[in-house]
Design a protein around this ligand. Sequence first.
Ligand SMILES: *[C@@H]1O[C@H](CO)[C@@H](O)[C@H](O)[C@H]1NC(C)=O
Ligand SMILES: *[C@@H]1O[C@H](CO)[C@@H](O)[C@H](O)[C@H]1NC(C)=O
Length: 327
Amino acid sequence: MFEDLQFTNPIIVSVCVSLSLVLTPFSYSIPASCEEIFKVCFFLICVLTQVVTDEIMKPFGRTYIPSSYVKYIESGGSRVMPIRLTLTTSEYENIFMKINGLIFIGGDADLETSDFARVAKIFYRLALAANDAGDYFPIWGTCMGMQLLTVLVAGENLLTKTPAENLALPLNLTTEVQSSRMFNTFPDELINALTQEPLTGNFHNYGITIKDFQENEMLQSFFTILSTNIAKNGAHFVSTFEGKRYPFYGVQWHPEVNRFQWYRKLNFPHSRHAVQLSSLLAEFFVNEARRSLHHFDSPAEEESSLIYSYSPVYVANITAYEQAYFF
Ligand SMILES: *[C@@H]1O[C@H](CO)[C@@H](O)[C@H](O)[C@H]1NC(C)=O
Ligand SMILES: *[C@@H]1O[C@H](CO)[C@@H](O)[C@H](O)[C@H]1NC(C)=O
């Protein structure tokens, strides 16, 4: 959450990854990834737009997505597709079959009653069912996106005050990190740095405490805690988790700021290790999305869905972002 940070506005983005099936597949039997079917993979990442509520941003558009999330996903080797919050359930079901993954980004929406929560819940349920049926579909939540995942899994809002606004922190990693999917390709040097150096940018007031997480049967059985941190009020909160059975991931911190946000008044980590951390996690999630075989029906439909037909707008003089897309 950015509510205390003069980000001027909340943003909620979910990101979907899609690959094109326009190339002719050679014969195959249940491939593990698109590389096994196609010579080239075209990934596409979708982002739920967020309603503009701040007066200073209203002239630019009704909804928006900060460019840092778009660049983050593109840096992992995927393309981005924005998803509007105004579509019908059947339209979202249709989109779901064309995308390879979804990211819920940070923001400041109501996690139970907002349009963002409504749309996220539709995709969450579709992803659960798809994964249950062997149709691999990853979801990533950043900051409020992670908080949203806890609400979706627990079926209730268990968030409490865990203030850590504008705080760069090392992670207190759990022993499960060694066997995790998120971190198991990290070089030892980076894992060490992650526990010693302030590589993770925190911009939140709320979070899920370790105690509340562990006392909730749903969360406890769904996610493995990979890191924890201590908030300004002393609360111990969960800072990273990954699904046990599902390819769902959550970070209470902001990997995208390490490479794509530069506002001087905020503590965005930009060190070599901070950049490496951000790069590896972007690649990790895109690799997860490669395992999804969802696709568009035609190249024309796919191209018209991409974020490329929109131009980012300079907003560094009015927000903590450098650029944002408006829709
Ligand atoms: C790290 O986590 C452990 C439990 O996993 C806890 O006992 C310890 O106090 C934590 N340390 C810090 C610095 O957060
Ligand atoms: C911010 O910068 C843009 C682009 O240069 C400019 O159009 C706009 O007026 C500026 N806004 C403020 C409040 O200075």
